[in-house]
Design a protein around this ligand. Structure first.
Ligand SMILES: O=C(COP(=O)(O)O)[C@H](O)[C@H](O)COP(=O)(O)O
Length: 320
């Protein structure tokens, strides 16, 4: 049998995720779900078996792009579990409807957690951010909508400088922004009332996996007595960690750190470029989700409620 046909739209989205043209855990989940919808609509499968095989192949292609943000497999699982029917037309309709539902819930969850997180921010507060998180920014947006004045100290976030995206967004909302290099964070924590970050994955023990540098920031913030708030919708909860799996930390291309043009001046050194790190729960004050805010130690209770007993295998594996 030929390999299942993957539509160019899926390949393009997978490439964009791998190249970080599409980035951030929520945006990756949204784009991956939409791509499965495109696959369903473009499919020329003649039989239900062929259609299912195509959808599974598309999901695998999307899944293999980046390993750390669990929102990606969680989104794919949600959409594939919604696939039902006995004909190609029924299967297609079920996928398209599930994708619409997933994307609506994603937006709604981000909005709801923003309202909950905004309650932690007082009028006149200054936040310090790391990377660019749409969940974290949702909290700021709601605080602003509630009439609070918020200022921001924005960490640049080497090597990809996602802090620039955060700075731009906050400026568009008229938030006063001070942009700093990552190394200046400890000094400026004296001026911050909260550290506010997002997450790519949350483990069952309440550890937060987010952009490299988050853990160092959290340790420094704790030392300075600045509370650390993580904004992460439940799509970021990692079900595999309930059974002891660890979250894979993506290692990215060394040229992000040392571009070819600078390589000769530095010489023959090894470069390592981990994209994420793990912040232990004891450095986190609150995880804000659309279901409420939780101390990290109690996140496992929410995970049990949401995931129950884990299923064996994934819907994009061959068996489904
Ligand atoms: O670490 C990052 C992005 O890393 P990268 O730029 O390498 O993808 C973000 O903090 C989380 O993904 C949360 O983002 P959001 O709240 O938007 O899901």
């Amino acid at each position: 049998m030929n390999d299942p046909a993957i539509t160019p739209a899926v390949t393009a989205v997978a490439d964009d995720i791998a190249e970080m043209e599409i980035r951030g855990a929520a945006a990756i989940a949204d784009a991956a779900a939409a791509a499965i919808g495109e696959q369903a609509q473009a499919s020329e499968a003649d039989t239900p078996e062929e259609f299912r095989a195509e959808i599974r192949a598309a999901a695998r292609r999307l899944h293999e792009t980046r390993p750390t943000a669990v929102s990606l497999p969680n989104a794919l699982r949600y959409v594939l579990q919604g696939m039902e029917g006995n004909t190609v037309a029924e299967l297609r309709d079920s996928i398209v409807a599930t994708v619409v539902e997933f994307r609506r819930e994603l937006d709604q969850a981000q909005d709801n957690l923003g309202q909950i997180g905004a309650n932690r921010l007082r009028d006149g507060d200054t936040i310090m951010t790391h990377c660019h998180s749409t969940d974290a920014l949702s909290c700021v947006r709601h605080a602003l909508n509630d009439g609070k004045d918020i200022s921001a100290i924005v960490k640049e976030t080497r090597p990809r400088k996602q802090g620039h995206i955060t700075a731009r967004q906050l400026r568009d909302w008229d938030v006063p922004v001070t942009l700093i290099v990552d190394n200046a964070a400890r000094r400026y924590l004296n001026d911050a009332d909260h550290v506010l970050v997002g997450a790519d994955s949350i483990a069952a023990d309440g550890s937060v996996i987010n952009k490299i540098g988050t853990s160092g920031l959290a340790v420094n913030a704790r030392e300075r007595g600045v509370p650390i708030m993580v904004a992460a919708q439940t799509l970021k909860l990692h079900p595999g960690t309930m059974t002891g799996h660890t979250v894979e930390i993506e290692m990215r291309d060394e040229r992000e750190v040392l571009p070819d043009a600078e390589r000769e001046a530095v010489g023959d050194v090894r470069v390592e470029n981990p994209a994420f790190d793990v912040t232990p729960p004891r450095y986190v004050d609150a995880i804000v989700t659309e279901r409420g805010q939780f101390p990290p130690e109690s996140i496992v209770t929410l995970m049990r409620e949401l995931f129950g007993d884990q299923q064996n295998g994934e819907p994009w594996d061959e068996r489904s």
